[in-house]
Design a protein around this ligand. Structure first.
Ligand code: FES
Ligand code: FES
Length: 163
Protein backbone atom coordinates (compact mmCIF):
# COMPACT_ATOMS: atom_id res chain seq x y z
CA UNK A 1 0.00 0.00 0.00
CA UNK A 2 2.80 2.37 0.89
CA UNK A 3 4.49 1.62 -2.44
CA UNK A 4 1.29 2.52 -4.29
CA UNK A 5 1.11 5.80 -2.37
CA UNK A 6 4.69 6.59 -3.33
CA UNK A 7 3.90 5.94 -6.98
CA UNK A 8 0.83 8.16 -7.19
CA UNK A 9 1.89 10.96 -4.83
CA UNK A 10 3.56 13.99 -6.32
CA UNK A 11 6.14 16.20 -4.76
CA UNK A 12 4.84 19.58 -3.69
CA UNK A 13 6.95 22.72 -4.17
CA UNK A 14 7.18 24.94 -1.09
CA UNK A 15 9.14 27.97 -0.01
CA UNK A 16 10.52 28.37 3.47
CA UNK A 17 12.65 31.14 4.92
CA UNK A 18 15.16 29.21 6.99
CA UNK A 19 17.33 31.28 9.31
CA UNK A 20 16.77 34.28 7.06
CA UNK A 21 17.50 32.48 3.77
CA UNK A 22 14.71 31.63 1.33
CA UNK A 23 14.78 27.98 0.31
CA UNK A 24 12.66 26.16 -2.26
CA UNK A 25 11.96 22.49 -1.75
CA UNK A 26 10.02 19.78 -3.58
CA UNK A 27 8.70 17.51 -0.88
CA UNK A 28 6.42 14.54 -0.55
CA UNK A 29 3.28 15.63 1.27
CA UNK A 30 4.09 13.50 4.30
CA UNK A 31 7.56 14.95 4.87
CA UNK A 32 7.80 16.45 8.33
CA UNK A 33 9.44 19.78 8.90
CA UNK A 34 12.05 17.92 10.96
CA UNK A 35 12.96 15.62 8.08
CA UNK A 36 12.94 18.54 5.65
CA UNK A 37 15.47 20.34 7.83
CA UNK A 38 17.69 17.38 8.55
CA UNK A 39 17.47 15.32 5.36
CA UNK A 40 16.83 17.93 2.67
CA UNK A 41 18.66 20.99 4.01
CA UNK A 42 21.39 19.30 6.06
CA UNK A 43 20.47 21.35 9.10
CA UNK A 44 21.16 18.58 11.56
CA UNK A 45 21.31 20.79 14.63
CA UNK A 46 17.64 20.04 15.16
CA UNK A 47 17.47 16.60 16.71
CA UNK A 48 15.11 13.67 16.26
CA UNK A 49 14.40 12.10 19.61
CA UNK A 50 11.05 10.33 19.86
CA UNK A 51 9.61 11.45 16.47
CA UNK A 52 6.23 11.39 18.23
CA UNK A 53 5.85 14.81 19.82
CA UNK A 54 6.86 13.69 23.28
CA UNK A 55 10.42 14.86 23.91
CA UNK A 56 10.90 18.32 22.42
CA UNK A 57 14.30 17.53 20.90
CA UNK A 58 13.00 18.70 17.52
CA UNK A 59 11.76 22.11 18.69
CA UNK A 60 12.19 24.98 16.22
CA UNK A 61 10.59 28.38 15.88
CA UNK A 62 7.95 28.79 13.16
CA UNK A 63 7.03 32.44 12.65
CA UNK A 64 8.44 33.00 16.14
CA UNK A 65 6.40 30.29 17.86
CA UNK A 66 7.97 27.11 19.15
CA UNK A 67 6.73 23.90 17.57
CA UNK A 68 7.65 20.25 17.53
CA UNK A 69 8.93 19.91 13.99
CA UNK A 70 8.41 16.13 14.04
CA UNK A 71 4.65 16.70 14.28
CA UNK A 72 4.55 19.41 11.62
CA UNK A 73 4.14 18.63 7.94
CA UNK A 74 6.50 20.85 5.97
CA UNK A 75 3.94 21.52 3.21
CA UNK A 76 1.63 23.08 5.81
CA UNK A 77 4.26 25.74 6.53
CA UNK A 78 4.72 27.01 2.99
CA UNK A 79 5.94 30.60 3.23
CA UNK A 80 6.79 30.41 6.93
CA UNK A 81 9.89 31.74 8.63
CA UNK A 82 11.76 28.98 10.42
CA UNK A 83 14.49 29.52 12.98
CA UNK A 84 16.64 26.57 13.99
CA UNK A 85 19.47 26.44 16.49
CA UNK A 86 21.87 27.19 13.62
CA UNK A 87 20.16 30.57 13.15
CA UNK A 88 20.29 31.90 16.70
CA UNK A 89 23.82 33.30 16.76
CA UNK A 90 24.14 36.73 15.17
CA UNK A 91 27.25 38.37 13.71
CA UNK A 92 29.50 35.78 15.27
CA UNK A 93 28.06 36.26 18.76
CA UNK A 94 26.21 33.49 20.51
CA UNK A 95 22.57 34.02 21.38
CA UNK A 96 22.28 34.91 25.09
CA UNK A 97 20.63 31.55 25.69
CA UNK A 98 23.49 29.70 24.02
CA UNK A 99 25.98 31.57 26.17
CA UNK A 100 23.90 30.96 29.28
CA UNK A 101 23.74 27.20 28.62
CA UNK A 102 27.54 27.19 28.45
CA UNK A 103 27.92 29.39 31.53
CA UNK A 104 25.52 27.27 33.56
CA UNK A 105 26.80 23.91 32.29
CA UNK A 106 23.23 23.15 31.22
CA UNK A 107 23.88 19.94 29.28
CA UNK A 108 25.65 16.63 29.52
CA UNK A 109 25.28 14.63 26.30
CA UNK A 110 23.82 17.68 24.55
CA UNK A 111 21.27 15.79 22.48
CA UNK A 112 18.30 17.69 23.90
CA UNK A 113 20.13 21.02 23.94
CA UNK A 114 19.15 22.49 20.54
CA UNK A 115 15.51 21.82 21.33
CA UNK A 116 15.89 23.20 24.84
CA UNK A 117 17.48 26.39 23.53
CA UNK A 118 14.94 26.92 20.74
CA UNK A 119 12.10 26.24 23.16
CA UNK A 120 13.61 28.66 25.66
CA UNK A 121 13.87 31.30 22.92
CA UNK A 122 10.16 30.83 22.28
CA UNK A 123 9.48 31.03 26.02
CA UNK A 124 11.35 34.33 26.32
CA UNK A 125 9.42 35.77 23.36
CA UNK A 126 6.11 34.68 24.90
CA UNK A 127 6.96 36.65 28.04
CA UNK A 128 4.90 34.54 30.44
CA UNK A 129 7.69 33.11 32.61
CA UNK A 130 8.37 35.15 35.72
CA UNK A 131 10.26 32.70 37.94
CA UNK A 132 11.83 29.25 38.08
CA UNK A 133 8.49 27.53 38.62
CA UNK A 134 7.10 29.19 35.49
CA UNK A 135 10.17 28.12 33.54
CA UNK A 136 9.82 24.53 34.71
CA UNK A 137 6.15 24.50 33.74
CA UNK A 138 6.59 26.19 30.37
CA UNK A 139 9.60 24.04 29.47
CA UNK A 140 7.91 20.80 30.52
CA UNK A 141 7.60 19.66 26.89
CA UNK A 142 11.38 19.46 26.59
CA UNK A 143 12.77 16.35 28.20
CA UNK A 144 16.40 15.82 29.21
CA UNK A 145 17.39 12.23 29.75
CA UNK A 146 20.59 13.40 31.42
CA UNK A 147 18.59 15.25 34.06
CA UNK A 148 20.25 18.62 33.55
CA UNK A 149 17.04 20.39 34.52
CA UNK A 150 18.38 22.56 37.40
CA UNK A 151 21.14 23.90 35.15
CA UNK A 152 18.73 24.42 32.25
CA UNK A 153 16.43 26.47 34.47
CA UNK A 154 19.44 28.44 35.74
CA UNK A 155 20.53 29.13 32.17
CA UNK A 156 17.12 30.42 31.18
CA UNK A 157 17.01 32.59 34.30
CA UNK A 158 20.40 34.00 33.33
CA UNK A 159 19.16 34.82 29.84
CA UNK A 160 16.07 36.43 31.37
CA UNK A 161 18.33 38.55 33.57
CA UNK A 162 16.71 37.09 36.68
CA UNK A 163 19.29 35.16 38.69
S1 FES B 1 11.45 14.27 18.18
FE1 FES B 1 9.81 15.69 18.10
S2 FES B 1 9.02 15.72 20.09
FE2 FES B 1 10.51 14.13 20.15
S1 FES C 1 21.85 16.84 28.01
FE1 FES C 1 21.57 14.72 27.51
S2 FES C 1 19.46 14.58 27.12
FE2 FES C 1 19.69 16.58 27.87
Amino acid sequence: MADVAHQIAERIPINLVINGVRRTLDLMPWTTLLDALRDHLELTGTKKGCDHGQCGACTVLVDGRRVNSCLTLAVMKDGAEITTVEGLAKDGALHPLQQAFIDQDAFQCGYCTPGQICSAAGLLAEGHAKDADDIRELMSGNLCRCGAYPNIVAAIQQAMGRP
